[in-house]
Write a protein that binds this ligand. Structure first.
Ligand SMILES: Nc1nc2c(ncn2[C@@H]2O[C@H](COP(=O)(O)OP(=O)(O)OP(=O)(O)O)[C@@H](O)[C@H]2O)c(=O)[nH]1
Ligand SMILES: [Mg+2]
Length: 462
């Protein structure tokens, strides 16, 4: 338990109807009530100071005690430990959302010895006080940052403890197996030899390895739902990449000219299809022997294409397909590539090689806005196939995936030792490592710097 009391403005900066100042910690109620003049008076008939009931809304004024001056007309609510967001005593003061009003209230609190909360400090306390596990705290960030309905759905499921439940099941299975192994270690004569290796290996496979692999796969398939589907527009100079970007966005976002090498930097923007945010990037045309500025742009293009979920490789239908495209295909063979045959309004000279027939191909004319809807619905179907409501509902984030990979490696090592008839002690070491890695996901075990890194992503007041 932290013993300081913290406060922050919990609503976004600017003018609005209501702004909230939030206070948490052992002195929250005492400090806040001292500044609050309740309607009907703050003292009862016997002269005792009023004590707020938990989770009841009161009406009154915040008063500067030194000058006995009213700051604002507010609603006041206290939530007593442990039934609050942080698990500590919490007070929320709902005032009028003028920046100066909220700052004055905050300043009064700071003068009473309350500390200014750091980013995510309320949520960090909620985690430290066992109100939520680490995967739920991370879901709070996802929820705040969500840019689409799908992103919200994903975050809400995780906030509800979905990942925690799955991970706890895996951890419990590992602990049961460890207990059995250790029983075997401590009292070898009590455990039948034939009982040991085979069933344990099978259980590891079914109840530990398979679910871990599935969660890792979910991250690889659908983590883009968090930040959006990243689509890179790539191709040779002058094929119409920027024209395509402008059509997808339905506005003049990038410069289009008849000169090859027009786009030199990344041009990024976003739109939403089927409730899924898409982040689309137009890149510099790729060619050999570029000038130094272009070279820089092409390097950035390659990095962006590498990070994309879907690559739109734009080809000029009026030109034969050049050699450079073959090396492009080879370089990005592991990625999802869609061929966009552009300039189909012109006489066609491009012939799609047989090797590429398996790729999805869309014929468009970016200049005359033909085929763009087909391209969009193709992207939508990609997003649709990957919709969160499909089957398993949990998509681990990168940090969680890395912990899952660590535990996967340890469990695989344990399984291999079992099948090689290694001593149970050795197997137990690997399984213990796996339990530690799994516990990192929910934050049962977590280093302070990882915690800091997670909560730094929050805004102040959350
Ligand atoms: N006929 C025809 N011309 C097009 C089409 N799409 C683009 N163009 C023209 O092709 C030229 C190049 O278009 P851009 O969109 O700038 O091409 P780009 O691939 O971004 O080129 P760089 O930025 O230089 O790599 C312009 O003159 C466009 O008007 C199309 O569908 N049909
Ligand atoms: Mg361009």
């Amino acid at each position: 338990m932290e013993n300081t009391t913290i406060a922050a403005i919990a609503t976004p900066p600017g003018y609005g109807g209501i702004g909230i100042v939030k206070i948490s910690g052992p002195k929250a109620i005492q400090t806040a009530t001292a500044l609050f003049q309740k309607k009907g008076g703050s003292f009862n008939a016997s002269g005792n100071h009023w004590i707020p009931e938990s989770r009841r809304l009161y009406y009154g004024h915040i008063v500067d005690p030194e000058e006995n001056r009213r700051i604002d007309e507010v609603m006041f609510v206290a939530m007593r430990s442990p039934s609050s967001y942080t698990g500590e005593d919490v007070v929320e003061i709902q005032a009028h959302a003028g920046p100066l009003v909220l700052k004055s209230i905050l300043n009064l609190l700071l003068k009473q010895g309350v500390h200014l909360a750091g980013p995510g400090e309320f949520t960090k306390r909620a985690f430290l006080n066992g109100r939520m596990d680490l995967s739920q705290a991370e879901a709070v960030i996802d929820l705040i940052n969500a840019g689409s309905g799908a992103g919200i759905e994903l975050a809400v499921r995780q906030l509800d403890g979905g990942l925690k439940r799955e991970v706890d099941t895996i951890r419990n299975e590992l602990l049961n197996i460890l207990a059995e192994l250790e029983a075997g270690i401590d009292f070898p004569e009590d455990v039948e030899a034939s009982d040991a290796p085979a069933p344990i290996a099978a259980r590891l496979e079914r109840y530990v390895l398979a679910p871990i692999r599935k969660l890792i796969q979910e991250h690889d398939d659908r983590n883009w739902l968090r930040e959006g589907l990243r689509v890179a527009i790539a191709g040779s100079p002058n094929v119409g990449k920027s024209s395509l970007l402008n059509q997808l966005l339905d506005r003049e976002r990038a410069i289009v000219t008849e000169y090859p090498g027009t786009t030199r930097d990344l041009v990024e923007d976003g739109f939403i299809i089927s409730g899924v945010p898409v982040i689309v990037t137009d890149t510099a045309g790729i060619r050999e022997h570029p000038d130094p500025i272009e070279r820089h742009g092409i390097n950035k293009a390659f990095a962006n294409i590498e990070a994309a979920d879907v690559i739109l490789l734009v080809l000029d239908a009026s030109q034969p397909i050049g050699y450079a495209h073959f090396s492009f295909m080879e370089r990005f063979q592991n990625k999802t590539i869609v061929l966009v045959l552009n300039k189909t309004d012109l006489p066609e000279r491009a012939v799609i090689p047989d090797d590429w027939q398996y790729l999805q191909t869309v014929r468009v004319s970016a200049k005359y806005n033909q085929g763009i809807d087909r391209l969009k619905s193709m992207l939508a179907s990609y997003a649709g196939d990957n919709e969160p409501s499909r089957g398993l509902e949990i998509v681990p984030n990168l940090r969680q995936k890395q912990a899952l990979e660590k535990s996967l490696a340890s469990v695989e090592a344990a399984r291999d030792s079992l099948s090689a008839d290694q001593p149970a002690e050795l197997v137990a070491i690997d399984l213990n490592d796996a339990v530690t890695a799994v516990r990192e996901i929910t934050g049962e075990i977590v280093s302070p710097d990882i915690l800091d890194r997670i909560f730094e992503q929050f805004c102040i007041g959350k």
